[in-house]
Every structure is written in C-alpha cells, then in structure tokens.
Design a protein around this ligand. Structure first.
Ligand SMILES: *Cc1c(COP(=O)(O)O)cnc(C)c1O
Length: 420
C-alpha cells in the first residue's frame, strides 16, 4: 500500500515510445524527391534485404502491419474454415485474430512460468486431445524467446507447421538463432511501440522462395501475369508503403543500440526491485538473449493484496506490506508514468471465451467470475491457470528507451513505496 506521496514526473514517462534518429526523415524525403510515393521503391527493397540478412532467413516481405503479415502466414500455413489451430493464450489478440480471418478456430494453450510463453507440456497435452491440428501459432512475449526446442520437437512429432509471432522480439535470439526464423513462417512488426518502428509496418519471414512470391502476389491484389488486371486468387492490399519503409530503413541500424538501452532498463529494474517480494520477467540465459522490449514484474503470491478485475474495472483492498498490479499502475499513472497490465489471456476474452483452452492438466475452462485472490487461487478455491495467474499478479513497467536513469530510479521508488 502506498506509503508516501510523490510529485508527478515533469514529462510523461512512456511504456515504450518511438525513438527517432534523423536518417528516417532523410529516407522519407528521398521517397518524396524521387516520387516513389508508392508501395514500390528503394526503401522497400533495402528494408527487405537488411531484415532478411539480420534475421538470417531467405526472404523478408515488407507488409503494411504485423497483423497483415500474420494473416499472410495463416494462408501460407493453409488454415481453412473449420480448422483448429493451437495458439498462444497470453498474448496480444493480433496473434490470434488472423486465424479467424481465415475461418480457423483458435484453441488456446496455457503459458509456462519460465519464459511466459506457450507451455510445451500443455501443447503436448493439446495434441493428445486434438491430434488433427496441423498449425501452431506462438508468440515470444515482451521480447523473450519461448522454449523453442521443446515446442518444435512436439510440432515436428505431430506434423504441425509453426507460425512464429516475433512481433515483440525482433533482434532476440534463441540458441544463437534470431526469433522469426525458428518456425516455418515468421512475423515481425514495426508498430509505433515496437523496438524498431516505421510508425506502422510488418514483415513476413520465410526461407521458401515460393512462399515469399505468394505473399508478394497476395499482398498486391493477386494480379496474374497479364497486361490487364487478371485475377485467379483473392487479393489483399497489404504491401508496405515506400514512405513507411523509409522510416524503417532509418531505424534498422539502431536495433542493437535500442536493445542495449532496453537491457540496461531491465537490469536496473532487476537490481532496484531485488529485495521486494517481486520478480522481473524471467528468461533462460543459457539458451536465449531477449531484446528486453518491455520490462515486467510479477508480485509474489504472499505479497498480493486483494484485487478484483471485472470486464472493464478493477478494485483492490489496500494492505500494509502488500500491493497489486492495479495499485501500482494507478500510482504510476497518477505520477504521469505509463505501465500496462500483462496481456489478458485470450481464453478469458469475451470474444474467445467459448474456445477450447488446454492446460497441463488437460481441458481448462474460462472462469467467468472475477478473482479475489490472496495469491494464485481463484474465488472458487482452485488454482488459477498460469496465464491468469501472471495476468493477475504481473504488470509491464515503463520501458521507454528515452527514460533517464533518474526517472527510472523514481519509478522504482514509487513501486517500493507501494509495498510499505
Ligand atoms: C504488435 C503485435 C502484433 C501486431 O503487429 P501490428 O504491426 O501492430 O499489426 C502481433 N502480435 C504481437 C504479439 C504484437 O505485440
């Protein structure tokens, strides 16, 4: 419970905002001057070349958004109406919606505590329950790679294709390999709050020339090779603009610098919060190097005050020596700093509440009641699934790479005061 009063930050401390360097504008101006104000041009060619080289994949196709890229990936993976698709549960809904665009039915797989990504044990369980599934969509949350060796082995065993949502993890590696090339089809995003941004934009990553060519065709209205507009397949207008590509092109050389800044932020939080009853978001240093896109924390169950979240509002009961995400987010907001709840698991979203959800134990269920949990236990006395537990006890901290060390020290002080 908040013990002290804090004055607000003089300028807003963001969760994660764009960091521009100057070259972005030069490349946009070049597009303007050369009149390539189009979805064709040198910036697009360059960002595709640089991204493919960085990620180490054969082909990168620049598209309008990460979501559009995921949609193209669903088509490449041949998701058809009525097909069941295993999906990460604790993620942004953009991971999952493209399955539904193609008429697929998402089945959500619970999360593990070690990296906050899809749980291989729950995935194996899901294949026992639904052996016919042929596509798995998984995300690397907050820039931390998931347990890819385990997940890949399971998918291989069951003949399933992996669509890897690396929207948040551009530049992160797993066993020395960049995320985005660990599955069959990869996706990155250049949305405004990602580690590298074009204000918008995304990319489909693949080693298959044929797949890349299909996406180039589909994303530009599926024109056939004829002098008039000839169409054999459904088309989309998903190509990246050459102006946007100019921004991405100016940003790309700064990826490693941004990662270093984000890593420094993560380490300052880890150090500054270490004697509190909280943990920062975990990763396995033996196999992965995250890009540290967002620093997060999770409160130990014993240090949680009571907190209830309905469909749009949250309440908590302040208690000495304890706190909860709602309190910390409220206090940060009152000081002009932006945090965010953890992604609310998809199986708890009203739109997906009727979809199947698989935990280590087997068929899970969406729990419609709010939680008044002292720790990781629901109102009905049963333990929460892992995704709901992390959602309940966790939060994303201000992780903007323009936040100064002094500003971050104050954020840490505010969090400390919540546990007094
Ligand atoms: C941002 C994000 C997307 C979507 O990318 P857009 O470029 O915003 O469409 C998809 N998945 C995850 C996990 C994301 O964080």
């Amino acid at each position: 419970m908040l013990g002290k009063k804090f004055t607000a930050f003089g300028r807003k401390v963001w969760l994660s905002s764009p960091t521009m360097h100057g070259e972005e504008l030069a490349y946009m101006q070049e597009a303007f001057k050369t009149n390539w104000m189009s979805t064709v041009g040198a910036n697009i060619n360059e960002v595709e070349r640089i991204a493919a080289e960085k990620i180490g994949c054969g082909y990168a196709v620049a598209l309008s958004t990460g979501t559009a890229s995921l949609h193209m990936a669903m088509k490449l993976a041949d998701v058809r109406p009525g097909d069941k698709v295993f999906c990460s549960d604790m993620t942004f809904d953009a991971t999952v919606n493209p399955v539904v665009y193609e008429g697929g039915i998402p089945i959500f797989i619970d999360t593990e505590y070690d990296t906050w990504n899809m749980d291989p044990v729950a995935l194996e369980k899901a294949f026992e329950l639904h052996p016919d599934v042929k596509v798995v969509v998984l995300a690397h949350l907050y820039g931390t790679p998931g347990k890819m060796n385990e997940l890949r082995a399971i998918c291989q065993k069951h003949g399933a294709v992996i669509v890897e949502d690396a929207a948040e993890s551009f530049g992160a590696t797993y066993r020395g390999v960049q995320t985005g090339r660990l599955g069959d089809y990869g996706v990155i995003s250049f949305n405004g709050n990602k580690i590298i941004t074009g204000s918008a934009g995304g990319m489909l990553l693949t080693d298959s020339k044929e797949a890349a060519e299909k996406v180039r065709k589909w994303s530009t209205q599926s024109r056939e090779n004829a002098s008039w507009y000839q169409h054999e397949e459904l088309g989309y207008n998903y190509r990246m603009s050459n102006v946007i590509a100019g921004v991405v092109r100016g940003q790309l050389p700064y990826l490693e610098e941004h990662i270093a800044q984000k890593k420094a932020i993560y380490e300052r939080y880890r150090e500054g919060l270490k004697d509190l009853p909280v943990q920062v978001n975990p990763f396995d240093a033996a196999v992965s190097v995250p890009n540290f896109w967002l620093s997060c924390m999770i409160i130990d169950p014993e240090a949680m005050c009571k907190q209830v979240r309905g469909e749009s509002e949250a309440l908590y009961v302040p208690e000495h020596g304890k706190s909860c995400p709602t309190e910390i987010l409220d206090v940060l907001a009152s000081c002009n700093a932006e945090g965010r709840p953890i992604w609310k698991p998809m199986h708890m979203q009203p739109i997906y509440r009727m979809n199947d959800f698989v935990t280590r134990e087997g068929n899970g269920r969406a729990r419609t009641n709010a939680y008044i949990a002292g720790g990781s236990v629901g109102t009905d006395g049963n333990p929460l699934d892992v995704g709901m537990d992390i959602f309940h006890r966790g939060l994303c901290l201000p992780s903007d790479n323009k936040m100064t060390a002094e500003e971050q020290a104050k954020v840490i002080e505010i969090i400390r005061a919540c546990f007094e």
